[in-house]
Design a protein around this ligand. Structure first.
Ligand code: NAD
Length: 462
């Protein structure tokens, strides 16, 4: 794999201040595929200075000009999609078809949507005797996780650039090669020097330095709730803007009149895709007691089909963590109907697609985010019971409702404390706001709502 022994700062690849590096490992075969610099406080400072220096000119670039450059970036992502997919597969371990369709494909959609939004968004509006200008917040510090490496980057950088902000990105340690490819794409698209900067490095070093830097006006973080809490505290103390996209433990609520086979099939696919490393995955399936055993059988059969289809989880630590949760589920009395706590292969960080039945709402596997291919199936007695269980976690990121018709599903969905719900198998919409209720986060990504996160208002009265 191609790896730069440098950071992308102020439009060029520059050596890091220190000599420490981060090894990038392919989780499918445990081989080292590259090394990138572990950026330091000094590197972050250089990157933030470059972003600050580039801010006035970029903010003053007419929206149509910014739109054209984001469009050019989208085109480079299209032209280099095979390389992107191969890189994601090498560092995340996802099967190549998934890398092609989702890891390389979705960012093209999202970048395209912001090329269009930058050109059409109302950056100025009339409110009575006032003109309200929507102005860029300033320099953005973006900190991203490894689970959808390019999507997480594009979902922050594209709206930030559309808004007229400049960016310093600190990507996840496990997937920095995809971030380096993105930086190459930014350069190839002709986006001016300093508008986008990349510092690879460790979270508690480079990530923390970025969040704390006085020259950063907004921190946009996606990752675990534990780190999100820290970032929120840092931003709060400095009175700077913050957006947090955190964990989830979403419910897939199957009401009695639903098409059970479809609801279970889609639900299992939703959890197993990307080896369960999806923050919005519906990891709790809620089934009425009258159809419970039927659903369990369907889910166990569906999960077994994923055994040879899913990739590994991202690293050895994550594998131990997920297997530990499976052991805990067994210890707490849940019934294992697929998979289990043994690693299915001698090499690679694999976890067998796992399904637990007889899960009660208070069990650890029903409350904590596992971030692996593990589905829990919970029984409910009536709709009130289902709602209480569905809303009974600290999270509220996503979910699904299946019913005999859309109206019934919508009525239930409106009572869910969560940011996004798929109705009877509704499709992904890259323009719909995505983000959490409760401890799943603060703020929204994607579409016009995602763009507005990077804007602040100025009112002029006449
Ligand atoms: P993580 O919180 O450990 O790391 C995320 C990023 O934060 C990485 O770039 C990491 O280097 C950095 N980081 C770590 N410690 C830091 C610190 N002290 N200061 C600043 N930055 C720091 O999360 P992860 O393990 O990479 O990702 C998995 C988690 O992310 C899961 O909990 C998942 O639900 C969540 N996630 C949420 C969403 C969402 O949109 N809500 C999307 C994807 C992942």
């Amino acid at each position: 794999m191609k790896a730069h022994d440098a950071l992308y700062i102020d439009g060029a690849w520059r050596p890091a201040a220190g000599h420490d590096t981060i090894e990038v490992v392919n989780p499918a075969d445990e081989q080292v595929v590259g090394r990138v610099p572990a950026g330091t406080v000094e590197d972050v400072d250089a990157a933030v200075r470059a972003a600050r220096a580039a801010l006035p000119a970029w903010a003053a670039t007419p929206p149509a000009g910014r739109a054209a450059l984001i469009g050019a970036l989208r085109d480079v992502l299209v032209a280099r999609k095979d390389e992107i997919a191969e890189t994601v597969t090498a560092e995340l371990g996802s099967p190549l078809p998934l890398s092609q369709a989702v890891h390389a494909g979705v960012p093209v959609m999202v970048a395209g949507s912001y090329a269009e939004l930058a050109a059409t968004y109302a950056f100025e509006e009339k409110v009575g005797n006032s003109t309200v200008h929507h102005e860029p917040v300033g320099v953005v510090g973006a900190i991203t996780p490894w689970n959808y490496p390019l999507h997480q980057i594009v979902a922050k950088v594209a709206p930030a650039l559309a808004a007229g902000c400049t960016v310093v990105l600190k990507p996840a340690e496990d997937t920095p090669l995809t971030a380096q490819l993105f930086a190459e794409a930014v350069a190839e698209a002709g986006i001016p020097a300093g508008v986008f900067n990349l510092v690879t490095g460790l979270g508690p070093v480079a990530g923390q330095a970025l969040a704390e830097h006085a020259g950063v006006d907004l921190v946009s973080f996606t990752g675990s709730t534990a780190v999100g809490r820290k970032i929120g505290a840092i931003a709060g103390a400095a009175v700077k803007r913050v957006a947090l996209e955190l964990g989830g433990k979403s419910a897939n609520v199957i009401l009695p009149g639903a098409d059970l086979a479809r609801a279970v099939g889609v639900g299992v696919a939703n959890v197993m895709t990307n080896s369960g490393q999806t923050c919005s995955a519906w990891t709790r399936m809620l089934v009425h007691t009258s159809r419970y055993e039927e659903a369990v059988e369907l889910a166990a059969a569906a999960a077994a089909k994923y055994a040879d289809r899913i990739g590994p989880v991202v690293n050895a630590k994550q594998q131990r963590r997920v297997l530990g949760y499976i052991e805990k589920g067994v210890a707490e009395g849940a019934r294992l109907v697929a998979g289990g706590p043994e690693a299915p292969r001698a090499q690679g960080y694999y976890v067998a697609p796992t399904v637990f039945a007889d899960v009660t709402p208070e069990m650890t596997v029903a409350q904590e985010e596992i971030f692996g291919p593990v589905l829990t199936i919970i029984r409910y007695e009536d709709e009130d019971d289902a709602l209480r269980i569905a809303n009974g976690t600290v999270y509220g990121l996503a979910g699904a409702v299946w019913a005999a018709d859309d109206a019934e599903a919508v009525a239930f969905a409106r009572s869910l404390d969560t940011g996004q719900v798929d109705i009877n198998g509704g499709r992904f919409n890259p323009l719909a706001p995505f983000g959490g209720y409760k401890q799943s986060g603060v703020g929204r990504e994607l579409g016009a709502h995602g763009l507005s996160e990077y804007l602040q208002t100025k009112s002029l009265q006449f």
